[in-house]
Design a protein around this ligand. Sequence first.
Ligand code: TYD
Ligand code: MG
Length: 457
Amino acid sequence: MSKTKSAFFCQSCGYESAKWSGKCPSCNQWNTFVEEVVVKGNDKKEKDEWKEYSGDRKVKTISINEVSSAEEKRIITNDGELNRVLGGGIVMGSIVLVAGEPGIGKSTLFLQIGLQLNDIVTLYISGEESEQQVKMRADRVGAKSENFYLLTETNTQTIFQEIKKLKPQLVIVDSIQTLQSPFVESGSGSVSQIRECAAELQRFAKETNTPVFLIGHITKDGNIAGPKILEHMVDTVLQFEGDRHYAYRILRTLKNRFGSTAELGIYEMTGEGMRAVSNPSEILITQKEEQLSGIAIAATIEGMRPLLIEGQALVTQSVYGTPQRTVSGFDLRRLQLLLAVLEKRGGFHFGVKDVFVNIAGGLKVEDPSIDLAIVCALLSSYEDVPINQHYCFAGEVGLSGEIRAVNRIEQRIAEAEKLGFEKIIVSKYNAKSLGKLKFNIEVVPLAKVEELYQYLF
Ligand code: TYD
Ligand code: MG
């Protein structure tokens, strides 16, 4: 017999408490406690439906030296970008959380990945969409697999029964927020449900060595909906992000027990599903016939990859008393700082101008090395003189107008060289570290923004 019990859960961090309190002692948020009914079956652990499937696992303490240090076995997917962010393919028995805003394309991407895995028995569990909806989407992405199975079910134990029959080699759950465990009474999407369902799936993944992907939603403030504890339970957390109005999507690793977190995959949403973008720089730079003012190319590094990105600026006479500053993909405060530097060090009168800055392709760039390109785009628009389209820039701009060194300059230069640029403007301090390295691109070292102005205009 099971006994009904209720507990209070912090909706922000998942902290469990026997009584209500105004402030969560764990994450210090106010008013986050909600009562949830929890039924705890005493023999729950023995009841997991997939138990027979895996057979008994032996519990034994062993010395670290007895553990064979073979590489983890991985499933290599057809999707090079996913392999890269996971650190070289899907690790057997790993549990991966994929988070993203609604409508960003999580279901599309993972349906597509499953359909492309022809030799792997894949089970796609959809708690959000009907079989017809998934089928329509599958027709749209155009991939076909004999080994792809679909289950529209939300009860975890029913799911495990089906899993026992099918014995899939890969399980995709869309989404974790829709699942419901019969061992916990509260509604699906609540903290205790998410925690219990994830725990059941985690035990399943570890004990049967089957990789599991959990698709999860993100709340308005950008956090993964559900308790933080979910992020601790899984092996890998991937975030799928991008602006819904643009075609580009970025799959970023936030946590990875089997690889680096500095990896990143780029996709393009097309009419036929997601397309992996293997040469992002070539796409992000607009091909143009004539030279336009207000455009400068930055050699940035996103994750581990060099990426050439186009920065655009428009500087116009201000019609209203307060000049406007508008940014897209760039930090507004950073722009204000750069304008103040130009005003003070270069004597440019941006105070009476409206300034608009945009990063092409709807990307958000955090790498400070884009500063130099933005400064050039601003000056180019201010003077209405185009910058040679075969030039690119990599440098951070300091408060006194100095051009500061950036990391991994060799990689940036190599990428610019590969894309056929003729000159790359870098910090003088970076140039020193390059020493005798030879490139087929001219490396122009500059120390100050004033020198840059003289060099370009
Ligand atoms: P979806 O995968 O349902 O997003 P999520 O699961 O993250 O909520 O994707 C939804 C959007 O993607 C929808 O607005 C339509 C668009 N889309 C395409 O542009 N091309 C396609 O081939 C598909 C299947 C969807
Ligand atoms: Mg979806």
